[in-house]
Ligand binder design. Structure first.
Ligand code: HEC
Ligand code: HEC
Length: 293
């Protein structure tokens, strides 16, 4: 009977939704213990300025707001409402009560003081920040003027719950090898070492070998990431260093087409030394066909 099939269908679909809900909650609420190696937080003006430059050019403000008081990142019927939290010491912020270790645990490991994996916070791209750079970023964040704004709880749609439940969207805390987060301190310069260091900030989206393809940690409406290796299937083989720098700075390719907004524009705030080092490194890595992660 049609009615009978209908009821059965509703029960099966309803059951799957409930399971996704419970499983995603389990992943988001699971607590993790990570060993935090303390980082020295500097106080000199030069270190604060460096921290500000890193925070601005690595996307922190894209999600946490220009005033660091929190910002809307995703508002979509399909995904829900995702906010970056308030990082200042104002009312409505969790970070106001952070110890130095809490800052390091959140940024380097993607884990909150309560042990929960932070959702959307791309710590897999920040785990490489050396003690000097991370200390500078934390010093800058701690110096930010307080903003009174409640952190808006992240609301996951049913689809987003399903994507978390089935590991299509992963928490950085589940991707990072917590026992081996020991980033070296790399002096800035147009060198392969510095380029390799900066390029860790690209592999969350462009893949561990930079061949592009589907972005596992982002919403499914994002386009595939581009191939950054010197393979024939990559646009970069036809670009000069100048083309690369101009594209990152302007968000527009040499052929006049615009990059999708999923490619963070904040990287355009990197200075010449950083972008030249990145280009030098990307020219040196093995050529891999697009999407063969
Ligand atoms: C793609 C968006 C995004 C980017 C980029 C990003 N964050 Fe986050 N971050 C978040 C979200 C969302 C949370 C809250 C996650 C949660 O509550 O589960 C968070 C949480 C944090 C926390 C913990 C604070 C709290 O409320 O528990 C710190 C500290 C932090 N981020 C620092 C940074 C720094 C520093 C950078 C840049 C180096 C950065 N974030 C870049 C999205 C982002
Ligand atoms: C949050 C995800 C994300 C991060 C992080 C990211 N990218 Fe991208 N990037 C993308 C996406 C998605 C595209 C494809 C955009 C499009 O198709 O319009 C892209 C495109 C590009 C392009 C254009 C290439 C082409 O063939 O058109 C370059 C160059 C690039 N990224 C470099 C970088 C570098 C360098 C970094 C690290 C400093 C980086 N990206 C980090 C998502 C990201």
């Amino acid at each position: 009977m049609a009615a009978g099939i209908g009821v059965g269908f509703v029960i099966v679909v309803g059951g799957t939704l409930t399971m996704n809900h419970l499983k995603s909650r389990r992943i988001l609420e699971q607590t993790r213990t990570v060993v935090v190696r303390p980082v020295l937080i500097p106080t000199e003006a030069a270190a604060l300025a460096r921290g500000k430059h890193i925070a601005q050019s690595r996307g922190c403000l894209d999600c946490h707001g220009a005033d660091l008081g929190g910002a809307k990142v995703v508002e979509s019927g399909a995904m829900g409402l995702w906010y970056g939290s308030n990082l200042t010491a104002g009312n409505g912020s969790r970070a106001g009560k952070f110890s130095n270790d809490d800052w390091v645990r959140a940024i380097r490991h993607g884990v909150g003081p309560d042990g929960r994996g932070l959702f959307l916070m791309p710590s897999e791209e920040y785990q490489h920040l050396g003690d000097d750079d991370l200390g500078a970023v934390i010093a800058y964040l701690k110096s930010a003027p307080p903003v009174d704004r409640p952190s808006v709880p992240i609301d996951l749609s049913l689809i987003a719950q399903m994507l978390v439940a089935t590991n299509k969207i992963k928490l950085a805390a589940d991707v990072i090898d917590h026992l081996n987060v020991r980033p070296p301190t790399v002096p800035p310069g147009v060198t392969l070492d510095y380029g390799r260091y900066l390029a860790v900030g690209c592999f969350g989206c462009h893949g561990p070998n930079y061949s592009g393809g589907k972005i596992e940690t982002g919403p499914p409406e994002w386009p595939e990431a581009a191939n950054l290796t010197p393979h024939a299937s990559s646009r970069l083989t036809k670009w000069t260093e100048e083309d690369f720098i101009r594209t990152i700075r302007t968000g527009r390719r040499p052929d006049g087409t615009d990059l999708n907004v999923a490619m963070p524009r904040s990287f355009g705030l990197m200075n010449d030394v950083e972008l030249k080092a990145l280009w030098m490194y990307l020219k040196s890595i093995p050529a891999v066909e697009t999407g063969k992660r």
